[in-house]
Design a protein around this ligand. Structure first.
Ligand code: FES
Ligand code: FES
Length: 162
């Protein structure tokens, strides 16, 4: 007898229903069931932050969350940050492009999700606050200087309404 469970989850505004193994992680659900591969899988034990998504408006590790735990939730991934009508990048995404806040890009989706959460709560963060907010996201290549510059630029543009 299958122990698969039905989950119904809204991801980036679209609702999906699937039968899944209870042990399936949310990140594997997003990547393999929904083909949303923008959310990356790094350490798979909650350390690197590459798998960061928003669940009901709060950042969460998708590698430590089971798909069945997201039943009934609203999930936002890095793909869902673009403006739906125009396809325009979110100001945080655009700032990472403009300030070269990425190199290989592996950490970038998680960095962006954590930055979006920070700026929603604190539109004018200090450098220390940015470092604190991104403390759970690890980057192995770009270096944090350009990532912090990206967040500052995004904050500036968002305060100016851009
Ligand atoms: S893959 Fe989830 S924290 Fe590293
Ligand atoms: S840009 Fe490569 S890990 Fe951060």
């Amino acid at each position: 007898m299958s122990d698969r469970q039905r989950v119904r989850v809204t991801v980036n505004g679209a609702t999906y229903e699937r039968e899944v193994e209870p042990r399936l992680t949310l990140v594997d659900f997003l990547r393999h069931e929904l083909q949303l591969v923008g959310t990356h899988v790094g350490c798979e034990h909650g350390i690197c932050g590459a798998c960061t998504v928003m669940i009901d408006g709060r950042s969460a590790r998708a590698c430590l969350t089971l798909a069945v735990q997201a039943d009934g939730a609203e999930v936002t991934t890095v793909e869902g940050l673009r403006e739906r009508d125009t396809g325009r990048l979110h100001p945080v995404q655009q700032a990472f492009v403009d300030e070269h806040g990425m190199q290989c890009g592996f950490c970038t989706p998680g960095m962006i999700m954590s930055s979006v959460e920070l700026l929603a709560a604190n539109p004018d963060p200090t450098e220390a606050e940015i470092k604190e907010a991104l403390g759970g996201n690890l980057c192995r290549c770009t270096g944090y200087r350009s990532i912090i510059a990206s967040v500052r630029l995004a904050a500036e543009r968002m305060r100016a309404g851009g």
